[in-house]
Design a protein around this ligand. Sequence first.
Ligand code: SAH
Ligand code: SF4
Length: 381
Amino acid sequence: MLDTSLELSSTKHDNPNIKKIYGQFKSEISEELEKFHVPGKQNSMRTKQLWNWTFLGGVTEFSEINNMPKELLNQLSKNYTLSRNSIAKEQKSNDGTMKWLIDLESENNSTNNQIETVFIPEEKRGTLCISSQIGCTLNCTFCHTGTQKLVRNLTAAEIVSQLLIAKDRLNDWHKNNPNNVRKITNVVMMGMGEPLYNFEAVKKALQIMTDFDGLALSKRRITLSTSGIVPYIERVGNEIGVSLAVSLHAAKDEIRDILVPINKKYPLRELINACENYPRIKNSSKITFEYVMLKDINDSLEDAKDLIKILSNIPSKINLIPFNPWPGSNYMCSDMKKIREFAKVLLDAGFSSPIRKPRGQDILAACGQLKSETIRLKIKK
Ligand code: SAH
Ligand code: SF4
């Protein structure tokens, strides 16, 4: 492993009453400015300026803003901040993947208040994998995050903050890229946690990220992955409108009940039905199904045929993910030959079925390897 671990520090705001500007809708900022008697047209101009500095300029201090009245910025700074959560550790894999361990504010004196965010550079795009919870309540048996108890949901600001921190570290701000060549082109809600168990904060964060006056990420370039929380699936389409990925992993309830235990609550029949009715951005867009390849568990040709059967009415892409081992895991990854045969059966049936290349394995940044272990990883300050 390339040892590029860094310890970084940044300004901390321990006062919980101080809000992050980047966790606010434009309308909320505008209301705040009204309280400072910034009227009508000026109000919307100032709101846009602030939004611009935050999301295009990437500023972290109000003092960097040079075209707004000082007095107004002073007033704002009493209740708001632009500072980020601090980075406890930064790692770079020898394949270029980057992982940040981020400190969040602790609640109820919890000792575990860290999350992980991963950047995966590829030839034509750069994907940021964002966390939605500290830990996860669902104990999928093949997932490292699932071994960590849920500590709490992230706020919208903490979700947006992950994108800003990555942009800071990658020097990916508009002002530094006049031709607007972005390093982060895609966002996937595939980090720690189940995003649909933190629906409102995830929705707000994604709405902020896609706002045209700010980061303006295209909804098509955002994918939300869920283990299958059926009642929220339609709402993802209607209220957020991003691409949907479903962690399927098995085409039979007997197997899925073990791998993804939430299946006992929302069995395959209901999950598939919700996917069949998923409101599409445009008629053609597909749902991605994630399928982790586990040796002798879900990788037979029979399993592939079952998969074809249950997905027959859904425009789908099936991502085959070679199992990424983690310390203490009980599963083994299917042989590559078996994975290729499995993919071919799906392909012959007309499904796009790419085999995902594991990235960042040397720094435990690949799918399902994320787990913030505060005690183990905490660096002496
Ligand atoms: N909780 C959400 C999103 C985060 S998990 C979900 O489950 O969809 C991101 C993806 O990685 C999911 O498809 C998950 O099933 C998969 N995954 C988890 N552990 C894995 C492992 N050890 N190897 C490969 N993929 C894994
Ligand atoms: Fe949670 Fe997703 Fe891991 Fe399951 S796979 S334990 S839902 S993070």
